[in-house]
Design a protein around this ligand. Structure first.
Ligand SMILES: Nc1ncnc2c1ncn2[C@@H]1O[C@H](COP(=O)(O)OP(=O)(O)OP(=O)(O)O)[C@@H](O)[C@H]1O
Ligand SMILES: [Mg+2]
Length: 259
């Protein structure tokens, strides 16, 4: 005969969503991060964590599923990373964030870094820049729109065949210009941080539009080194298109963005 579990042994209500966190997440995350993820599940930001989309130097990105079956991207910044050694320069000098207060405390610093990504995404989305729509932020976790179709992520610019390089370059420059108008410089723009959103056409060939991702290191245009970071972004973008055979003038791109 099945025995009723004593209430003492029964999992607490707030621990229940832990069952929805898969084994990978259990192995990967520290207790603090697990609690943040459970908190986001309890507030119905997502219902489950599905599988890792990527594991970079500073963050893991997971696909998640919401109660209505749609997907989200969950970016979890690593507390144990060493990738933040140079990150202070992007925070100090940005009038929006008080980096001095967290100097030396890695945990606080990682949280601030996640908050910066969310704030940058919001500022860009408000201005109409092509970025993943920000959904939620808590501690070291940022939840945003999942860029993909039927649960499968779109490809990075780095990995696609570009049909019309000249057009695509002008589209990316237009997005960087919008971001500048929103008061933000990406500061790590490259073919690895652009995802190609593909809308399906009738014969399976869809139109592709660039979506700019990975905004944690983005700085305010008021940052003393903003112009330097912008010049570097223009250089990276220009190099990619030069490799595709285009003649590109970096300073021309920079002028277009800031004019
Ligand atoms: N919104 C999203 N939808 C779908 N996939 C995403 C999304 N955001 C990020 N990804 C995937 O996760 C990868 C890493 O994301 P991102 O560049 O933001 O993190 P990162 O920590 O800077 O990674 P890296 O160190 O590799 O640059 C991307 O290259 C992409 O494959
Ligand atoms: Mg990246």
């Amino acid at each position: 005969m099945a025995r009723k579990m004593s209430t003492r042994k029964r999992p607490r209500r707030e621990d229940k969503p832990l069952h929805e966190i898969n084994k990978i997440a259990y192995k990967v995350f520290d207790t603090k991060t697990l609690h943040v993820l459970v908190g986001l599940m309890n507030t119905r930001v997502f219902k489950s964590i599905d599988y890792p989309l990527a594991s970079g130097k500073e963050a893991y990105v997971f696909r998640g599923t919401r109660a209505d079956g749609t997907h989200v991207a969950i970016k979890v910044f690593k507390y144990e990373t060493t990738a933040f050694r140079h990150a202070h320069e992007y925070l100090e000098g940005d009038p929006r964030f008080n980096a001095k207060r967290v100097r030396g405390r890695l945990r606080d610093f990682v949280r601030l870094w996640a908050r910066k990504e969310f704030a940058n995404l919001q500022a860009c989305a408000d201005e109409g820049v092509s970025v993943p729509q920000p959904i939620a932020h808590r501690d070291n976790v940022v939840v945003m729109e999942f860029l993909g179709e039927r649960g499968v992520p779109y490809a990075l610019l780095e990995d696609v065949v570009v049909a019309n390089p000249r057009l695509l370059l002008s589209e990316i420059v237009a997005q960087a210009k919008l971001a500048w108008q929103a008061g933000i410089v990406h500061a790590d723009l490259s073919s690895f941080n652009v995802i190609m959103r593909t809308s399906e056409g009738k014969e399976g060939k869809g139109a592709q539009t660039p979506v700019l991702i990975d905004w944690a290191q983005g700085v305010s245009v008021a940052h003393p080194r903003a112009r330097e970071y912008l010049a570097n972004d223009c250089h990276n973008v220009a190099s990619f298109f030069k490799r595709l055979g285009l003649r590109v003038d970096e300073s021309e791109i920079e002028k277009t963005i800031t004019s």
